[in-house]
Ligand binder design. Structure first.
Ligand SMILES: *[C@@H]1O[C@H](CO)[C@@H](O)[C@H](O)[C@H]1NC(C)=O
Ligand SMILES: *[C@@H]1O[C@H](CO)[C@@H](O)[C@H](O)[C@H]1NC(C)=O
Length: 237
């Protein structure tokens, strides 16, 4: 207990001895040692020994795979970061004696953790949403809701919202309006058959993205039957 107290006292003395030392007297990029100012070691180098009255600070270069990015008085440089391929990481920028290595993730994945410690798969934009920005090694996919006039019928990390098919420009009529998840469904317009007399059932022509199992709109059937009957009567007379 007494020893501890003594130790505390000693530390206290040391601290007060060191602390009020007029560090402001040293210039920038210098640090105080005893009663003098030593130059810091520059980036890329580490401290070997403090300066003395007759010798300047002695520094040495960081070793291979090491770096120091600050003016410093550290005895060791820092180890370059290792981009572990088992975690999906690969080198983005090789480190130098003054900069650390930076990592990024393999195709289709992006970093997690502030310092790219590991990788995770890009998010998919669900149906009704399109990809606004494809994910990169360091950023996830950015999705946006498909605005009016656009749709996305897939969950994807690449697909944008696609514009609805314009039935009009294809010479067709709209059979079902598009939604944010489905394309417009177009159908052939009502018109006389090549014989000139029989009405034709409206046959839907599926635009890509439409439901391929959707045939003529049932509401139109009675009309078709009526026209057919009228045509038949005409032929009989
Ligand atoms: C898609 O449309 C539906 C119906 O209009 C709406 O409720 C939904 O919020 C829309 N989804 C998106 C992603 O905008
Ligand atoms: C989505 O739409 C595309 C083109 O419009 C179509 O080829 C595809 O079959 C549709 N996919 C699904 C899952 O509905």
């Amino acid at each position: 207990m007494v020893r501890l107290l003594l130790l505390c006292l000693l530390w206290g003395c040391l601290l007060t001895a060191v602390h009020p030392e007029p560090s402001t007297e040293c210039k920038e990029k210098q640090y105080p040692v005893s009663s003098q100012c030593c130059d810091f070691c520059p980036p890329g180098r580490k401290l070997v020994s403090d300066c003395t009255e007759s010798t300047p600070t002695e520094c040495s270069s960081c070793g291979k795979d090491e770096f120091q990015d600050k003016w410093n008085r550290e005895r060791h440089c820092h180890q370059h970061k290792y981009c572990d391929p088992n975690l999906g990481l690969r080198v983005q920028r090789v480190g130098t004696s003054e900069t650390d290595t930076t990592c990024t993730c393999d195709e289709g994945q992006h970093c997690t953790g502030g310092d790219c410690e590991s990788c995770t798969l890009h998010s998919l934009c669900p149906q009704g949403f399109g990809v606004k920005q494809i994910g990169t090694g360091v950023s996830d996919t950015i999705c946006e809701p498909c605005p009016a006039g656009f749709f996305s019928n897939v969950s994807s990390a690449f697909e944008k919202c696609h514009p609805w098919t314009s039935c009009e420009t294809k010479g067709l009529v709209e059979r079902r309006a598009g939604t944010n998840k489905t394309d417009t469904v177009c159908g052939e317009s009502w018109r006389m058959g090549p014989g000139g007399r029989l009405g034709r059932f409206a046959v839907s022509v599926e635009s890509p993205g439409g439901d391929p199992h959707h045939y003529g709109d049932p509401v139109l059937c009675p009309v078709g039957v009526l026209v057919y009957q009228k045509g038949g009567q005409g032929a009989g007379q």
